[in-house]
Design a binder for this molecule. Sequence first.
Ligand code: SF4
Length: 231
Amino acid sequence: MSKNSLTDRPIYDITKFTTLDFPKNLAAILWFCGCNMRCPYCYNSPIVFGSGTISIQETLDFLKTRINKLTGVVLSGGECTLYPNLEELCNEIKSLGFKIKIDTNGTNPKLIKKLIKNELVDYIALDYKAPKNKFESITKNTNFNAFENTLNSLIQADFPFETRTTVHSDLLNEEDINCIIDDLYSKNYSRIYYIQNYLHAEDNVGQITAQNHPIETNKISDKIDTNFREF
Ligand code: SF4
């Protein structure tokens, strides 16, 4: 990694240990600052709006102390694919012997394809934020096509990944989720689709209030395998 990149401070925080976030791995999570979306329900405001405090050098120094203790590293955020030297960083993390999981909103298909091609990522969690007709109003991002490009590439590559949607019933209803399911079905998505119930946090990006009720899971289509989280 170049000397200049080592002094970058793109990381807001590091979770030193998780058994939950990276399937079949004990992992650390790197929380990258900044995001190109503004999902109202996002509880990571300090990460979305803040600036990084931890340098790449400090991050790698920490990871070196975790060799043989952890098996994986999760790159999360914020939106980690906005970090311009992510490929270099993945190379460094891989050279330490860790597997890599990336959490992404899918708006950087070019980078994702490159990381897959160069075997620099092992698992991806892709947010399917909303059906196309609601994508911009929910995320404040107009690039549904980029997200769709990422989704199609992952399906076509048969890469290990999951899609997931966070649902606040004031923002998305059962019909919206079924629209997403129809789309995944039409694309031959063969993995589990995770539907995550919104859990209220006071400090959220859209200053939204708690939902009156969660969506009704019995109204959700069974065309594909779904898994309901926190319902
Ligand atoms: S939930 Fe939305 S705003 Fe928050 S980090 Fe993810 S993509 Fe960005």
